[in-house]
Design a protein around this ligand. Structure first.
Ligand code: PMP
Length: 305
């Protein structure tokens, strides 16, 4: 992993080695921080770097911050400016991943959200595939349940909640699976450890609604729009039962890190014909073109560095 030479820390861009927090920091002790994971893609023909949908990422970050009663001096546009400044400082000429975080920055003991100082940090790193086997992933149903909105909101990207994702991911990997499908406490399919899920049934693209304890993914939203607009297929947001997954024609997962991961087996049962389906293949290719700013109609999603 290639880390940036610089990071944004306590109000300014500093050399990476200076971006350090104290071990008594609230966000570290209690997981009271919120974050986003964004990507910027290198376009070889244009020799330019493009950040994918930073406005939406920072909007969701501010929503997550609101849930944790956090305050920041920046709005979406301010955050985007910081992002461009940071990327330009190290003159990145490759695909990168960005990790902005807002955290409870005071030091000391005391679980609460109020009367604490909030800080913003961001670093950049090179990044390859998140799921190595992203064209024929083998999934399992996790024995863990997705955190409920009344426990820790899954809709917020809250650091502490990722202990749930880590339990899910590790148990799936150690059992030999690439990734897991997680049910919520009502028994409905929610999402993966750190990605949203889609299935195709009777030619319709279906994904759980935002009220089934999912993170409202920006890749999810993008793929839904591409499917409707470019593939002309019907997209539905509705609850999904566990057994529907076994009889789906196609199955894939989406996320900034994961991008579009085709799943071809679930708990040793083949999905559809057991190979990546045509809708998944089309969406994967189209998504890659769109994030790399190769599709003029979607340049609105590409912010040039
Ligand atoms: N669900 C969870 C739990 C995640 O952590 C992520 C990754 N951010 C996603 C879904 C996908 O969201 P996005 O497409 O915005 O990256």
């Amino acid at each position: 992993m290639d880390l940036s030479k610089h990071a944004f820390f306590e109000g300014k861009i500093v050399p990476w080695s200076e971006a350090k927090i104290n071990i008594a920091t609230h966000g570290f002790l209690y997981g009271t921080s919120v974050f986003s994971g964004m990507r910027a893609y290198w376009n070889e023909e244009k020799e330019k770097l493009f950040v994918f949908r930073p406005y939406e990422h920072f909007h969701r970050l501010l929503d997550s911050a609101k849930m944790l009663a956090m305050e920041t001096p920046y709005d979406e546009e301010g955050f985007i400016q910081l992002t461009l400044d940071l990327l330009r400082t190290d003159n990145w000429r490759q695909d990168v991943y960005l990790r902005p975080t807002i955290y409870k920055a005071d030091m000391g003991i005391g679980v609460r959200l109020h009367n604490l100082r909030d800080e913003f940090s961001m670093f950049v790193t090179s990044f390859d595939k998140y799921v190595a086997n992203d064209s024929n992933a083998h999934l399992t149903f996790s024995s863990w349940r997705r955190i409920d909105d009344n426990v820790i909101p899954a809709r917020g990207k809250i650091s502490g909640a990722y202990a749930n994702s880590a339990l899910i991911k590790t148990d799936a990997n150690r059992a030999g699976f690439d990734e897991a499908i997680v049910l919520d406490s009502n028994g409905h399919v929610s999402e993966g450890s750190a990605m949203n899920i889609f299935m195709v049934r009777n030619g319709i693209l279906i994904t759980p609604p935002s009220t089934d304890n999912i993170l409202e993914g920006i890749t999810r939203r993008s793929v839904m729009e591409l499917a409707r607009e470019e593939l002309g297929i019907q997209v539905e947001e509705r609850s999904i039962d566990r057994t529907e997954i076994f009889i789906a024609e196609e199955l894939f997962m989406t996320g900034t890190a994961a991008q579009v991961v085709a799943a071809t087996k679930v708990d040793h049962r083949p999905v559809g014909g057991g190979a990546m389906g045509p809708i998944t293949a089309k969406l994967r290719a189209l998504f890659d073109d769109v994030v790399r700013a190769r599709v003029p109609k979607y340049h609105k999603w590409n912010v040039e560095v």
